[in-house]
Design a protein around this ligand. Structure first.
Ligand code: C2E
Ligand code: CA
Ligand code: CA
Length: 579
């Protein structure tokens, strides 16, 4: 009977072992219709004394069982294997089905259901309707009674496994990963190892937009890619939320990157309606004494350094990151107190009208007078505050300082000059600027025209619709709007056609680099002309030299700000200019 099927010669040689039998199914499926094929399979599998079943690999549904298996388990075709074989409600944590990749896999266990120690032998097959299936054959491991000890141990093992397995993806969790990495490093002393962590870019947005269930599916997909790539090795895990980890040996650093590239490709290949991008951080294990959780922290630090950078998908940990993170941590620790204690100071830098050198405004710039570290320039804390969100509080504080100053001048009987404040990009997304500024001008009873809001040029490229909405609202309320750092980006000329602002402030690099050459001078002159023709006021910043001033005076630039005139200074000093 067996040999009447057109099987290849080597299959005949393998006919008595499991691999041969399974491959023969594949052939049967190809050559016979389902009804005849099932009869052939019956005739093969009901000859032996072993229980065999065939399970749908994707749904865990039982597709076929032989007679012996009915003796053990009853009639189970159509039921779910984990329910009827393992008496569980969800697929087993260590389920071999998703891992099957054409190989024979052996799994020994104690089966509560039949009270026997057994060996399951699994093999990948293809079922009639094209389903991926697994052929499972059960061998009893000896007839000895299972002692209650063995049963107890089995239950304990199961429990431990549950504790060390991620409930959603059924791959090891962080606890198991730490243990596994320790073992791997202990046992393989000659090889170099790297701990790699990665997460999904904007995973939160996937959850928000497509729902948690989709989010879960993405995580399961990634776990499957890891299983596919690493098989039964216990070298990978889901650490928590969308963070995954693995440990690998390597010869050259390039090997690690190549492997990452492969994984990213596999992850990106999927049926979701959105793309899944991943960022990887690598810690090369140079000191095996470092606890594994710290190794993971370091790999994670490397991930964080490339977040938001679309051009980078992986980074190696280096000691500098750690120093930077420590510094950032220290700053973060102090920022709240400093804000409460008034350690953030408002500095003012005057702006001068070029036609008559009259002071016509000032920019509000922040300085941190740290109680221990002294004066810290904004470049050392603004980028960090933009990352951790504290910029929202700090900016509002600075805006309030500006309004307070205007009120103070009015109360003193000094004619106030307009102040310009910086608006970080995060306000557009997270703050109701109209409400905040309205509250401030009402509180200090000042006119909105006394405040100019400086918005950096790159913001206009980010999300023009949202920005336009916010800006026109603010303009309606009477605030003046200024594009800061104009010329630093790429689409400046095109941009000023579409935006409704009052002023452009030319970036200092634009001024520095461009007016060094004749051609550059022409570009700047034309830019200024064009802005003027569009009824925009033009301010130049970073004016440092007499040459700068001469050039600007000859062009149609209105206002200049820079060290040539004055550096930013505290209010007490600035007040002297206001006499
Ligand atoms: P920015 O808004 O472009 O501010 C102008 C920067 O150029 C200021 O640096 C100013 O001190 C500096 N500057 C002025 N004149 C000259 C000059 O002639 N030569 C040179 N080389 N530099 C000149 P500062 O105060 O260090 O601020 C740096 C940046 O930090 C600011 O750039 C702004 O983006 C940000 N920043 C400062 N204060 C705040 C704030 O309160 N809120 C927000 N969101 N950002 C702030
Ligand atoms: Ca500015
Ligand atoms: Ca600027």
């Amino acid at each position: 009977m067996l040999y009447s099927i057109n099987v290849k010669a080597y299959l005949i040689v393998l006919s008595e072992n499991l691999r041969g039998q399974c491959m023969r199914f594949v052939d049967i499926k190809e050559e016979l219709n389902k009804e005849t094929g099932l009869r052939v399979i019956d005739s093969i599998l009901n000859v032996g004394l072993l229980a065999s079943i065939i399970i749908d690999k994707d749904t865990h549904q039982i597709l076929y069982q032989n007679k012996k298996s009915v003796e053990y388990f009853g009639d189970i075709v159509g039921k779910l294997c984990y329910e009827v074989l393992c008496t569980r409600e969800t697929p087993c944590a260590n389920c071999v089905l998703p891992n099957m990749t054409g190989n024979v896999s052996i799994y020994d266990c104690y089966m509560e259901r039949i009270n026997k120690r057994v060996r399951w032998m699994f093999s990948d097959i293809s079922w009639f309707d094209g389903k991926n299936a697994v052929f499972a054959k059960l061998v009893e491991l000896g007839e000895e009674d299972i002692t209650s000890n063995a049963k107890w141990k089995y239950l304990q093992d199961m429990d431990q496994e549950r504790q060390e397995t991620d409930g959603l993806t059924h791959i090891p969790n962080n606890k198991k990963f730490y243990k596994n990495v320790e073992d791997i490093l202990k046992n393989a002393t000659n090889e170099e190892y790297a701990v790699v962590l990665f997460d999904i870019d904007r995973f939160k947005s996937i959850n928000d937009i497509y729902g948690m269930t989709k989010g879960d599916e993405v995580l399961v997909h990634i776990a499957r890619v890891l299983k596919d790539s690493f098989g039964f090795e216990d070298n990978y895990a889901r650490m928590h939320s969308d963070l995954f980890a693995y440990v690998v040996s390597y010869e050259k650093k390039g090997d690690i990157i190549k492997q990452i590239e492969k994984l990213r490709k596999k992850i990106a290949r999927n049926d979701f309606d959105f793309s899944i991008n991943t960022s990887f951080g690598i810690y090369l294990v140079d000191d095996r004494q470092v606890p594994v959780n710290l190794m993971c922290d370091r790999a994670l630090m490397a991930v964080k350094t490339i977040k938001g950078d679309v051009l980078k998908f992986c980074a190696f940990f280096n000691e500098q990151y750690r120093a930077d993170m420590l510094k950032a941590n220290e700053i973060e620790k102090d920022m709240q107190n400093s804000l409460a204690n008034g350690d953030f100071k408002m500095y003012l830098q005057p702006k001068f009208r070029l036609s008559d050198d009259k002071m016509v405004g000032a920019e509000v710039l922040c300085r941190w007078l740290h109680p221990k570290k002294g004066l810290i320039p904004p470049m050392d804390f603004i980028p960090l505050f933009e990352k951790n969100g504290f910029i929202l509080k700090l900016d509002e504080y600075m805006w309030e300082e500006a309004c307070k100053t205007l009120r103070y001048w009015i109360d003193k009987g000094v004619e106030p000059i307009p102040l310009s404040v910086n608006i970080s990009r995060y306000h557009i997304k997270y703050n109701d600027l109209e409400a905040v500024f309205t509250r401030l001008i009402n509180k200090y009873n000042i006119s909105s025209s006394m405040l100019t809001l400086e918005l950096t040029e790159s913001l206009f490229l980010d999300n023009p619709e949202a920005l336009n909405r916010v800006m026109s609202g603010l303009q309606r309320l009477g605030f003046k709007l200024e594009v800061d750092d104009f010329g630093a980006g790429f689409s400046s000329l095109n941009m000023i056609r579409n935006i409704t602002v009052d002023t452009i402030k030319m970036d200092k690099d634009f001024l520095d680099n461009e007016i060094a050459t004749e051609k550059g001078k022409i570009v700047v002159n034309h830019t200024i002309d064009m802005a003027k023709d569009l009824n925009l006021q033009v301010v130049a910043e970073g004016v440092e030299t007499k040459e700068h001033v001469e050039f600007l005076k000859n062009s149609r630039c209105d206002v200049a700000q820079g060290y040539y005139f004055a550096k930013p200074m505290p209010l007490e000093e600035f007040d002297k200019l206001m006499q």
